[in-house]
Design a protein around this ligand. Sequence first.
Ligand code: A2R
Ligand code: GDD
Length: 315
Amino acid sequence: MKAMIIGGGGFVGSHLAHHLVQNLGYVTTVTKLPHESASTIGCEVYPLDILDRDAVQALLIRIRPDVIFHLAAQSSVAQSWKAPQQTVAVNICGSLNVLDAIRGIEGYTPRVILIGSGEEYGTPTQETGMLTETTPIHPKNPYAITKAAQNQFGTLYADAYGMDLIMVRAFNHVGPGQSPQFVVSDFCKQASEIAAGIRSPEIHVGNLSAARDFTDVRDVVRAYGLLAQKGRAGETYNVGSGRAVVIRDLLDRIIRQSGVRIRVIPDPERLRPVEVPRICADITKLKSDTGWMPEITLEQTIADTLAFWHSQIDR
Ligand code: A2R
Ligand code: GDD
């Protein structure tokens, strides 16, 4: 089986490449932006910007992967408020370039896994509790709007052109190697610097009242692999843990594991214009179609992320 990861230079890309090569034995090609240094042992790596449709098509003709994992994105909600145009360009126009490049190759129908977001749901108009794939969406930030559009284009193209597309709504995925733009990595980095004595014992935080559904990235890439094998074409799947954790609770767990006394400092710069109060996945469909279950606990993820930042500081 030949796999290609588009946008493999980021956080999920390195974990997914490792899983595909080491555990599934796929011959794997990874694309990344020219400035990125992806850790992708055992993969062929090519530079690729998805804003260049012809370049996407030329690489696909050359490699002809059986399965394509499309991860490339402007992936930060916070950044999407600052740069909505760039977020739209990459997440909508770039994704359309990928779909149209595939569609333009005669007789070529690879399986494509399009990675969207639990943020697409936004704030439900009624208290619905768990979010199933059929819950109406009300995206509440520029990033969420772009991922909802990607999902709708994917659903449309599967229907209109018979493409073999699977749409994922990934909820918060976390673990070692993630950018400190994101909350678990950010708090673990600050806590590790405090423990190492290179930062004053103060952790800067944004909104602690929201609740999010966190899954270890190593479980997430296992779900992507299973969806490539067993998912149903044209369908959308939630990938999450099925449990929501309040960010204050998350912070307390990180501080506890770091083993140092830390003062919490609210930072207005870290607040967002709109915050969805609670996002929690119903993962019944994923479990029943693939047999997937999350295996790594949040405590373990926090321990591994703290260890990652300790090792970065030691370097
Ligand atoms: O923005 P950068 O320099 O970190 O590069 C990101 C890359 N990317 C692109 N790749 C090709 N052409 C572009 N025009 C383009 N713009 C950005 O996509 C980064 O290397 C990669 C996305 O990886 P991360 O930002 O680390 O996201 P992560 O956590 O790996 O999430 C994977 C997927 C994304 O679609 C998220 O929106 C979704 O899962 O949650
Ligand atoms: N980043 C960050 N930094 N977030 C904070 C902070 C802080 O100091 N303090 C509180 N938060 C809160 C945010 O306001 C949000 O409610 C929650 O922590 C998670 O924020 P992020 O880790 O930045 O992730 P996100 O939920 O906005 O987006 C992530 O998850 C999506 C899936 O639900 C990203 O990985 C997206 O790419 C992904 O689609």
